[in-house]
Write a protein that binds this ligand. Structure first.
Ligand code: GLY
Length: 303
């Protein structure tokens, strides 16, 4: 099986001429390259999506890990999901603070606990109990996010979905999907959520079937966009169901974005790879920086 990795840096109203957008594309290329290197040495899809997502979490222009949006309390609360398409095992974390790489914490929840999903203080206590690296808020806060937070202290009708529609806004969330040489699929999604969200608000990203899904029988999917809408149609599982019904990964992503618009008036984007090795990409925002690699072919990237 030819291994495949696809990554995204978040659907949104990106300014395609901005330095931040160029940095976002570069981060996607670096993440896809890291995943490709793992896959080409026979590594598992799970390792590839985790490694790729860590690079995206570390990239300042993207809303995940370092560079995440602040909530109304001036905190950064992070959500992440990782899923193994071979076993359908998953790990997820939500509303966790002071963790630079929540995708790796999600994986440790999958491998080191009897549970699938830990949130808030419980997730942080688990992190400390296993010696998982913690960081400070200052390590996660970059760019102009503090200024954006201060400007929103007296918001005049600000809506959290503006990051997907306001020209020049960057959107949200990062993710990766992979197919390895053994034919196994995996998906990973990580986010800082939406700007000015309420403390404790959790979007689609860590919710299985919404922010991501992976099943060797169908596809691996990672979603981005306005979580309140995405979760209502379980958009990632919907892509897998479309693939099960006979659609290619590309057609399935397009059909799911159409459903998102028609059914819940939502905005967002999707990446997918199906079990036959076909790639899908779709979004209804201005852009969704992404990159992918098919086997040992040269990386492809775009908006
Ligand atoms: N899509 C990420 C969120 O809405 O939190």
């Amino acid at each position: 099986m030819k291994p495949i990795i696809v990554v995204h840096g978040g659907a949104g109203a990106w300014d395609l001429n901005s330095e931040r957008f160029r940095e976002a594309i570069a981060a996607c290329e670096a993440a896809a390259a890291a995943g490709q290197a793992i896959l080409l040495t026979g590594g598992p899809a799970l390792d590839a999506v985790e490694a790729a997502t860590r690079i995206l979490e570390d990239a300042p222009p993207l809303d995940a890990g370092r560079g995440s949006y602040l909530n109304t309390a001036g905190q950064i609360e992070l959500d992440a999901l990782i899923m193994d398409g071979q076993t359908l095992r998953l790990g997820a974390v939500a509303a966790v603070q002071r963790v630079c790489n929540p995708i790796s914490l999600a994986r440790r929840i999958m491998t080191d606990t009897q549970h699938n999903f830990l949130v808030g203080a419980g997730a942080e206590a688990f992190a400390d109990a296993i010696g998982f690296p913690r960081c400070e808020l200052a390590d996660l806060l970059v760019g102009g996010e503090l200024e954006a937070y201060l400007a929103l202290q007296h918001p005049a009708g600000y809506e959290t979905a503006e990051i997907f529609t306001q020209p020049g806004a960057m959107g949200d969330t990062v993710g990766a999907v992979a197919l390895d040489a053994a034919g196994n699929l995996a998906a990973a999604t990580s986010t800082g959520g939406t700007r000015n969200k309420m403390p404790g608000r959790v979007g689609d990203s860590p919710l299985v079937g919404a922010g991501g899904y992976a099943d060797n029988w169908t596809a691996a999917v990672s979603a981005t966009g306005h979580g309140e809408a995405l979760m209502r149609i379980l958009i990632s599982k919907q892509v897998c169901d479309f693939v099960a019904a006979g659609l290619s990964a590309q057609k399935a992503c397009q059909a799911a974005i159409h459903l998102l618009e028609e059914r819940v008036n939502g905005v967002g984007g999707l990446i997918a790879v199906d079990a036959r090795g076909h790639v899908g990409l779709a979004y209804n925002t201005t852009a969704m920086p992404h990159a992918f690699a098919l086997g040992d072919e040269r990386l492809q990237s775009g908006s």
